[in-house]
Write a new protein. Structure first.
Length: 280
């Protein structure tokens, strides 16, 4: 068992102005995507020039923020939105969804594709390897915020939160008060699988010429597998709980399994299209 470190989620406070670690993680995510994009854009077969990466990240950032917030409201807090539609704009109350941000980025890529004059999947193939390190930063932000914990666990690396730092009356989730039992650090599991491992695999896959759509397919497939795997020990939101009277099916699994199916289909289609083009 490991004691959860006492990390102040606020990096610096200047009067009413507060800079949070979670916000810095978003900046780090965009910065890493920009740096990796500039590197990928130097390849001879790149569809984007290095100076065009700036616009790519700008479009992507808008898609992440708008899509992430809208997705959080629609997928996880729709009841709050129905009770108070203004809730959508109360970003200071938190709430971002990966799946919403992902859809937002796809919409943004479609707009940028038209400006760039390339095919949609050529652009998503270029962009996919830029994403995982940003996901890793976001999960680190979740860990610093002490949110999205896993189920109680007795494993040696389970995290024990103090009741002084997280009073039972204020910090509870689906399994009850956070400080009552050690927890799986599911944020760190996701940081490793959705972030670091996914980045390494996608970067290696995309380092060689691939059929159009295949890199996008691998991103969908591998992210879906990583997220669904962690969802089995990550606790659902208390106001949602498990679905369909099960003790394992979460909203995250429901949103991630289609990514696995579509990703696998994309990979097969890309390979067949390449083979047909070679034969003809």
């Amino acid at each position: 068992m490991i004691a959860y470190p006492e990390i102040d989620p606020v990096v610096v406070a200047l009067g009413p102005l507060k800079v949070h670690w979670y916000g810095l993680m978003y900046l780090l995510a965009f910065a890493s995507a920009w740096w990796l994009g500039r590197r990928r854009a130097t390849a001879a077969n790149s569809i984007i020039k290095p100076q065009q990466v700036d616009d790519l990240i700008f479009y992507g950032a808008i898609g992440v923020v708008l899509g992430g917030r809208i997705g959080s409201v629609l997928f996880y807090n729709f009841d709050s939105f129905l009770a108070d539609p203004v809730y959508l704009f109360k970003i200071w109350q938190g709430g971002m969804s990966f799946h919403g941000g992902f859809l937002g980025v796809l919409v943004a890529m479609e707009f940028y594709r038209r400006k760039l004059g390339c095919r949609f999947f050529e652009l998503t193939d270029f962009t996919a390897p830029l994403v995982p390190l940003g996901l890793a930063a976001g999960r680190l932000g979740n860990f610093i915020n002490a949110e999205l914990w896993g189920a109680p666990s007795n494993l040696p690396w389970a995290m024990k939160l103090s009741c002084e730092q997280f009073p039972p009356a204020s910090y509870s989730d689906y399994a009850g008060p956070l400080c009552y039992s050690p927890r799986h650090p599911s944020q760190l599991y996701e940081m490793l699988l959705e972030g670091l491992v996914l980045f390494i695999v996608l970067w290696l896959i995309s380092s060689k010429p691939r059929p159009v759509m295949s890199v996008s397919g691998y991103f969908l497939l591998l992210y879906g597998i990583a997220r669904s795997s962690v969802e089995f020990i990550r606790l659902p939101d208390a106001h949602i709980g498990y679905l369909m009277n099960t003790d394992w099916l979460t909203r995250g699994i429901v949103l991630s399994v289609p990514m696995i199916i579509v990703g696998f289909a994309f990979i097969i289609y890309a390979r067949r299209a390449e083979n047909n083009a070679t034969i003809s």
